[in-house]
Design a binder for this molecule. Structure first.
Ligand SMILES: Cc1cc2nc3c(=O)[nH]c(=O)nc-3n(C[C@H](O)[C@H](O)[C@H](O)COP(=O)(O)OP(=O)(O)OC[C@H]3O[C@@H](n4cnc5c(N)ncnc54)[C@H](O)[C@@H]3O)c2cc1C
Length: 320
């Protein structure tokens, strides 16, 4: 695997547009403008299943038919008041009911700032515990997404406390953070299921690797710590090099294909999604839906500058 070759990797910084787009993803002024604009709504549909739970159910059903499982994410983050946090929690209870009703092969992903982490950590923990207990009644699972680095420690702490009561909750580790290896070992110590991703937020070099090859090398290193642990983890990436490194490692270590799953985002690299299923790997598709799609959409644009060109082109008037 190139990321682990003896020669030092070339220094490749992230694309300069990445941090601009990630910065804009937090703009409270741009969000309503984009969300009202019919053209940007149309482009966002490439990454978002729709605005209603019904749309997500249709998408999850199609994903299941294609031999993949799913994780439903009701978009939303950084809620402004307790009522909104409680509404999000109620919505998540209803999602689990609907998953069971429709017999979908799906769990859910959520963000703690959607449950009020910015407002009151105790409230957030209480709401998460309620959702996890509800999911346990259906033998289902809650994945707590990882947000920007100011939330990392608080997310880990809350997940660990809730997990001590109900084991059907796990979280996400981001390979771009220097601290992640230590966090991975800490969470493995309590048997926590982990989704490994590269990381999608705007982080300063003080906390995260600024060069892509270092993030990739750390990703491979962490994957090799996670997969032999005996805990069921998710390897979340669309990067062919990360996929290959994982396939090579599990073959070498004789790790069964049902001991872990690959995970990808709805609408991204569907060619690779189909290929993994053809090859007999487990794959889960993260399906976001809801009206609050702006920050999620901007993070997807930031990951691939070509998406921005596609988006800007779609805003231009069409020639007859
Ligand atoms: C299931 C899942 C859950 C995630 N959860 C979190 C989370 O909780 N917290 C978090 O910080 N991040 C999360 N992420 C996002 C992740 O951190 C990365 O930002 C994202 O996956 C891109 O990294 P990559 O591994 O695909 O590799 P990259 O090196 O970024 O991309 C590799 C290749 O994948 C393709 N690709 C990647 N992104 C896109 C895109 N947006 N559009 C089109 N093609 C693309 C391109 O072909 C690209 O060359 C999640 C990702 C997945 C798949």
């Amino acid at each position: 695997m190139s990321t682990e070759s003896a020669a030092p990797a070339a220094r490749v910084p992230f694309h300069p547009m990445r941090s601009i787009l990630l910065h804009l993803s937090e703009s409270k002024r741009l969000a309503p403008l984009m969300m009202r604009n019919p053209l940007s709504r149309r482009v966002a549909r490439r990454f978002v299943a729709g605005e209603k739970l019904d749309d997500a159910v249709v998408a999850a059903y199609a994903v299941n038919q294609a031999g993949q499982s799913s994780s439903l994410d009701l978009l939303g983050e950084n809620v402004a008041d307790e009522a909104a946090a409680r509404r999000s929690a109620q919505n998540y209870l209803a999602i689990f009911d609907r998953i069971a009703q429709e017999r979908l092969e799906s769990n859910v992903s959520l963000k703690l700032t959607q449950l009020g982490l910015d407002l009151d950590a105790a409230l957030c923990e209480e709401l998460l515990a309620g959702i996890v207990a509800h999911a346990a009644r259906y033998a289902n699972f809650v994945r707590v997404d990882m947000e920007g680095s100011p939330y990392t420690q608080r997310t880990i702490d809350i997940v660990k406390r809730v997990r001590a009561r109900h084991s059907n909750v796990g979280t996400v580790m981001q390979a771009y953070l220097y601290r992640t290896e230590k966090d991975v070992r800490d969470l493995l110590g309590v048997g926590c299921r982990i989704r490994l991703c590269k990381g999608a937020y705007n982080e300063p070099p003080a906390v995260a690797f600024p060069q892509k090859p270092d993030v990739d090398a750390n990703y491979v290193k962490l994957m090799k710590i996670l997969l032999p642990s005996g805990v069921y983890h998710g390897i979340a990436t669309h990067d062919p090099a990360m996929l290959q490194a994982t396939k090579d490692f599990v073959r070498e270590k004789k790790i069964d294909r049902d001991q872990f799953e690959f995970q990808m985002l709805y609408g991204i690299r569907t060619d690779l999604q189909r290929q993994l299923v053809r090859e007999g790997y487990r794959l889960r598709i993260y399906i976001p839906y809801g009206t609050d799609w702006f920050p999620y959409f901007m993070r997807r644009l930031a990951e691939r500058p070509a998406n921005l060109t596609f988006f800007l082109r779609s805003l231009l008037p069409r020639r007859a």
